[in-house]
Write a protein that binds this ligand. Structure first.
Ligand code: TXA
Ligand code: MG
Length: 317
């Protein structure tokens, strides 16, 4: 079954009807593709968890299309609004307190019963048009099976979820390539829960203060990246590799010799992030290799997010 649709205006309208009627739509965002549903429809929200094989204690991000909607949806303050004004639409997700009056059962499910809610505004015209036409916030995790590599093309979504999703809107390859940066802004200090498409340096520069880094409890994740095994390719990954060992597919970074693919020959971490998941999938699908080796990546810029992902991909239980 081919459920990939070019993201034309009429197909986006069709997808908005699917969302309103409780179906699942995969949508492109600037980070990765999301598996979207109407946040106010409990069956649709439950179907997301089922389609991904995702544990229901792992909450979902609400995607919105208008800044003014944010303070009606969750508790905000001037710091949050200033960050949203600066970085939205874009790869920054807030964990915010829910209103006491918010006792919506579908939202409870989306938030895994927590009294906090995560919200972001994606920087992709197709996602924004879909949200506006649907008229509701769209909850969307990455559109892949739980614990596997996130999708950065419509075909990746089809390969991972097949007919579990009603429509896949094809908006091309995702430009950022790693998931959004998630910060907890429920307390006095900004806490980084997941390194992502907005760099820590950029955030700290804007806030003019240090952001605290949460390493979480891997057995009781409050954010996905905190699960030790995540983003798992089926081949064993070896990171910080200067050269491949026998049988390994070598993904390079910067000026290295003998790489099968290079994330960024010039050593640009943003370019590397955009290629990361595609190259990991490609490497994983090649026959005749027994493992994947990857060059060291600097911990600066989007390197922080890349290292977070590949460390988990390389995790051995
Ligand atoms: O870039 C992205 O963020 C993509 C695109 C589709 O927007 N979405 C994404 O969603 O990566 P997902 O579900 O794969 O990862 C978001 C993670 C959840 O796994 C969850 O652990 C964390 O955000 N999260 C959601 N609500 C939370 C909350 N209230 N407190 C702490 N972490 C939360
Ligand atoms: Mg995910």
């Amino acid at each position: 079954m081919n459920n990939i649709y070019e993201a034309t205006s009429s197909n986006i309208s069709k997808a908005a009807e699917v969302i309103k009627n409780g179906g699942l739509v995969a949508m492109p965002t600037e980070t990765v593709y999301g598996l979207g549903a109407n946040v106010y429809n409990p069956t649709a929200v439950a179907n997301i968890f089922a389609a991904k094989g995702r544990p229901s204690f792992n909450p979902l991000i609400s995607h919105i299309a208008e800044l003014d909607f944010l303070p009606t949806y969750a508790k905000t303050d001037s710091r949050v609004m200033a960050l949203a004004k600066k970085y939205w639409p874009g790869p920054l997700t807030f964990v915010l307190p829910r209103f006491e009056s918010d006792t919506n059962a579908a939202i409870d499910l989306a938030c895994a019963g927590l009294r906090t809610i995560t919200v972001r505004m994606p920087n992709h015209p197709v996602a924004l048009e879909l949200i506006k036409k649907s008229g509701v916030p769209i909850v969307a995790p990455s559109a892949n099976k739980s614990q596997t590599i996130s999708p950065t093309t419509a075909q990746h979504v089809a390969d991972s979820l097949g007919d579990k999703v009603d429509m896949i809107l094809d908006g091309g390859a995702c430009k950022v390539g790693v998931e959004s940066t998630i910060i907890d802004v429920t307390g006095p200090h900004v806490v980084l829960l997941r390194a992502g498409g907005l760099s820590l340096e950029e955030l700290e520069d804007f806030l003019n203060e240090k952001v605290l880094i949460s390493h979480g409890n891997p057995d009781l994740p409050s954010s996905p990246g905190q699960m030790l095994k995540h983003y798992a390719p089926s081949h064993q990954m070896r990171i910080n590799a200067e050269a491949p060992m026998e049988g390994e597919f070598f993904i390079g970074f910067g000026d290295v010799q003998g790489a099968n693919l290079n994330l960024s020959p010039s050593g640009d971490t943003s370019e590397a992030a955009a290629n990361l998941f595609s190259y990991m999938r490609y490497a994983d699908a090649q026959l005749g290799y027994t493992g994947i080796a990857m060059s060291p990546i600097p911990e600066t810029g989007l390197g922080l997010a890349i290292n977070d992902r590949i460390r988990r991909a390389a995790y051995k239980k």
